[in-house]
Design a protein around this ligand. Structure first.
Ligand code: SF4
Ligand code: SF4
Length: 106
C-alpha cells in the first residue's frame, strides 16, 4: 500500500525526496541498453504506483529511486535485458526531468 502523508502518494514523496522506500527489500532493476529494442513493453507493465520507467532521449531508463523491484517488467521484456541492480547509484539529474516535466504515469 502506498505511503500517505499530507495527501501525497508514496510516489510523489519519492520524487520529492529522491529516496527509495526503505521498506522495499528487493534491489531496483536496470535496463541493458545495448540489448533493449525500445519496445515499451516494460513501460506498460510497470505499476502506476511505482511509475519508474521512462523514455530518455533514445534510451529506456528505470529510475532506481522509484523502482520497488517488483519484477513485473521482467517477463514482458522480449529480449531479457532487465536485471536487478544491487549496486545501483542515484539517478543523474537529467533523468528526473522525465517525471518532472511530462509524467506519463499521472
Ligand atoms: S521492477 Fe516493478 S517498479 Fe521496478 S521498473 Fe519493473 S515494474 Fe516498475
Ligand atoms: S521491454 Fe525490454 S526491450 Fe522493451 S523497452 Fe523494455 S527493456 Fe527495452
Amino acid at each position: 500500500m502506498a505511503q500517505q502523508t499530507d495527501g501525497k502518494s508514496g510516489r510523489q514523496l519519492r520524487m520529492e525526496t529522491r529516496e527509495r522506500n526503505p521498506l522495499w527489500k528487493n534491489p531496483p532493476l536496470m535496463i541493458d541498453m545495448d540489448i533493449c529494442i525500445n519496445c515499451d513493453a516494460c513501460f506498460r507493465a510497470c505499476p502506476r504506483q511505482f511509475g519508474a520507467i521512462f523514455n530518455h532521449d533514445i534510451d529506456v531508463i528505470i529510475i532506481p529511486e522509484l523502482c520497488s523491484g517488483c519484477d513485473k517488467c521482467i517477463d514482458p521484456c522480449p529480449v531479457d535485458c532487465i536485471h536487478p541492480d544491487p549496486d545501483w547509484q542515484p539517478s543523474p539529474e537529467a533523468w528526473w526531468n522525465e517525471p518532472g516535466t511530462n509524467d506519463p504515469y499521472t
